[in-house]
Design a protein around this ligand. Structure first.
Ligand code: AHR
Length: 503
């Protein structure tokens, strides 16, 4: 008897999968930009100083829209510092990360890098220590063709065509007391609405993301969304969610169930947004931009990583360089499953972050670049999850966790691309000890077979890829996966993430 029975049917569509669901995030933080994507002296550096080995890995990862330049960094950022001749750009203190920002890489250089990796720009404006006018100025600089002071300045700086930035974030984590310029929901809602209106007067076609909560565990969660959306409902398109997960107190069972929290977070924000819409009698729907999500051992920053001292403002220090284990990658894969399960309302998502800083890609100055364990669930899901997201009927065992109570041991989602005649199933086994036999009824797909199978697991759930052993962990084909008589059968090892492509 199978342990878990799943039914897949293209009729159970959640909604189309927007490519922006597979977005990333590059912040001027630690060694992300400097000594990460940009290292002029590196053997693979191109004429602009960008590492080709990193460009190749970012392309392989399959990242769509990339959020930039922060994060907490943006709340102290003057965008004007980052354009014009590099030699004339000022060095500034970055208060968020207690570092020095040289501004050697700015808007023009980063846009050029985005073209190399094949991604679009999602720009965040500073609504912490700056305001509406600076946001409108940046939009004019970026999106107006020419003939005005700021668009002509862009042209003089070497960029004839507008950057044509489509997605804009109205600040970052404005609910967080750590944020420079942190505001109450009322105050933020007002400045966000005013800025959104002004930006739309300039370019009505842009998409605007208003700040939601920086975690579902903030004391203001829920009420923040209600108040902010009450002010901004007619002027924005999306509201942000941020969530980071980590194993705490050795409680692996609860950590493996982190996606239960993400599911609840998304559903609560959707409910709150729809409530605000209902009160207003609006037919408009506000979608979610899950523009920071990942596994992150946050306590490290508050301990080992913390930089202090009035005379100590390093350039590109090693910060937030988490090394990810197999268990981390399994949780990471389950977070992607959660995002896909909500593809009807999560229009955009940004993996935080991309290189060196809580990242799927690591680099050594002058040395190699390598894939962390989390690289694989992202690259495989981004490549295989096409068309529509499908809700699976799940008949699976459950177990009890300390933090989330009773949770299903298996979580899964499917995707279906009718045009290409391809489907995919993504599954996670949260059991620490038991392999699970799974059957998926795929009869509704007709005569299909397994095209690809990938399982990420290891006898040592804490195994990781490092500079010394960069290929220690990688997914393997799941040899147990077969289709016969309309039934896909496979075994999921304990603590594993699996993707199956059918066609
Ligand atoms: O991604 C790291 C930091 O996490 C970001 O700068 C901030 O927005 C969040 O708190």
């Amino acid at each position: 008897m199978p342990d878990a029975r799943l039914t897949l049917d293209p009729a159970f569509s959640i909604g189309p999968i927007r490519r922006a669901l597979f977005g990333g995030f590059v912040e001027h933080l630690g060694r992300h930009v400097y000594d990460g994507i940009y290292e002029p002296g590196h053997p693979t550096a191109d004429a602009e100083g960008f590492r080709q080995d990193v460009i190749d890995l970012v392309r392989e990862l399959g990242v769509d829209t990339i959020r930039y330049p922060g994060g907490n960094f943006v709340s102290g950022f003057r965008w004007e510092d980052s354009v014009g001749p590099v030699s004339e750009r000022p060095r500034r203190l970055d208060l968020a990360w207690h570092s020095t920002e040289t501004n050697e890489v700015g808007l023009h250089e980063f846009s050029s890098w985005l073209e190399k990796v094949g991604s679009d720009l999602m720009m965040a404006v500073n609504l912490g220590t700056r305001g509406t006018l600076e946001a409108i100025d940046l939009l004019e600089y970026s999106n107006i063709r020419g003939g005005t002071a700021l668009s002509d300045q862009r042209i003089a700086n070497g960029r004839t065509e507008p950057f044509d930035v489509r997605m804009w974030c109205l600040g970052n984590e404005m609910d967080g007391p750590w944020q420079l310029g942190h505001r109450s929901a009322e105050d933020y809602g007002k400045i966000a609405a005013q800025t959104a209106k002004g930006m739309r007067q300039l370019d009505p076609s842009i998409e605007l993301v208003v700040c939601g909560s920086s975690s579902a565990h903030m004391p203001t969660f829920g009420e923040w969304e209600r108040v902010v959306l009450t002010h901004t409902y007619d002027d924005v398109d999306l509201i942000s969610c941020h969530a980071y997960y980590e194993e705490k107190n050795g409680d692996l069972d609860s950590f493996l169930a982190s996606a239960v929290d993400m599911d609840g977070f998304i559903e609560t924000v959707v409910a709150t947004a729809d409530h605000v819409g209902a009160v207003r009698g609006s037919t408009k729907k506000i979608d979610i931009s899950f523009d920071e999500w990942n596994v992150w051992y946050i306590d490290r920053f508050h301990g080992v990583d913390k930089i202090e001292g009035i005379d100590n403002w390093p350039i590109a220090p090693r910060l937030l360089e988490d090394v990810y284990s197999v268990a981390d990658a399994v949780v990471f894969g389950s977070l992607l499953i959660s995002l896909l399960k909500h593809a009807d309302r999560v229009a955009s998502a940004s993996l935080a972050q991309l290189v060196n800083v809580i990242a799927p890609i690591m680099t050594e100055p002058g040395g190699i670049a390598w894939r962390q364990t989390t690289f694989y669930p992202f690259s495989i899901t981004s490549r295989l999850a096409r068309g529509e997201a499908l809700q699976l009927k799940l008949d699976v065992p459950s177990h009890t966790t300390e933090v989330y109570g009773e949770v299903p041991v298996v979580d899964a989602v499917a995707t279906h691309d009718a045009e290409a005649g391809r489907s995919a199933v993504f599954l996670v086994n949260r059991s620490r000890t038991e392999a699970l036999e799974v059957t998926v009824d795929v009869a509704s797909l007709g005569d299909v077979s397994v095209l690809e199978s990938h399982t990420l697991t290891d006898d040592d759930v804490y195994a990781a890829n490092t500079l010394e052993a960069p290929e220690r962990v990688a997914p393997h084909p799941n040899e147990t996966a077969t289709v016969a008589d309309g039934i896909l059968t496979l075994t999921l090892p304990p603590v594993s993430w699996t993707a199956i492509s059918l066609g």
